[in-house]
Design a protein around this ligand. Sequence first.
Ligand SMILES: [Zn+2]
Length: 351
Amino acid sequence: MKATSAGQLRALTADTVPDTEEIRPGIWAVPLRIPHGRIRYILTYLILDTRDDVHIIDAGWDSVLNLATLSDALNDIGRAVTDISSVTVTHMHPDHIGMASRLRDYSGAEIRIGRNEQQAMILMAEGVEPTLTPAHLEMWGVPGHRQEELTGPISITNEFYSLQADVLLGDAEALNIPGRHLTVVDTPGHTTGHICLADSSSGILFSGDHVLPTTHSGLGLGGLRSKNPVSDYLASLERLAAFDAYEVCPGHGFRFVGLAQRRQDLAQHHLRRLNETSVALAKNPTATVWEVAEQLSWGSGWHQLKGYHLQSAIAQTAMHLDHIRSSDGSYRRGNPAPLHAIFDPTAAAAR
Ligand SMILES: [Zn+2]
């Protein structure tokens, strides 16, 4: 894998925000700030069509500052927010969907979202908030003194889930951007209906959060319909093989070439985690989710994980346990209901 933008690579390394850059004639990457958490920015992409209308991929975190940044970037190319004709969103997270609705209000742009993602959003907007309940924490064996820091919502907010797209996108469908050839690639895993966009006219894969250059995307972070985000994600990595020669323009970090290697590294990460999970279960078949999580390798070390990051680590462990259980049926004790069955209102009704 090799970075293709020195500026983005430098910014990521220095923990700052890069400048807007033109990555192909008529295609720009505009970094927009994320006010919370460890990730500083999301890369929003502007694409000019042959009618000089503007199309946007991922709308950035909704803030006055980001609207001004986007507006400046458009002014620099002789366009305005009112010239935006479509906003395509790779997935439901607030750094990607954020300003979509506001931009539609200003410009009349149509919002385009993967069909599966929209369905998942509707279910979430109907009021099933994926929080960890005390019952979960008990079932997962979380020690009493750690339970309090874990009972917040897994997702940041649900105010975006009620957004209604104008166009629902299906796998392999062509995006309506005159003069360009972008197609949808369904890539579930990070969320239930995550999509990537492959631009065969410029050899670019817009990868959202499915493939990032330096970090591992969390899995199952939105969407109540998937029962096995781990296998979804691994299959979605394989689906990108057709684009191994493309330059990858991700949602965060820097653009790069070498997708084949990156896909392999990301798959290895989860296979390693599955392997560690199996080893932990072999040692103690009745281990709880917490006891398994303690034995896995975590980037910053198990004992450093607190609050949201600990919550995410435990949820990721539960998903890997679910995957092993669904693969060979051998793991049945200590985790009686998979995480996604609990979060899924239809599954809950069926129990
Ligand atoms: Zn993101």
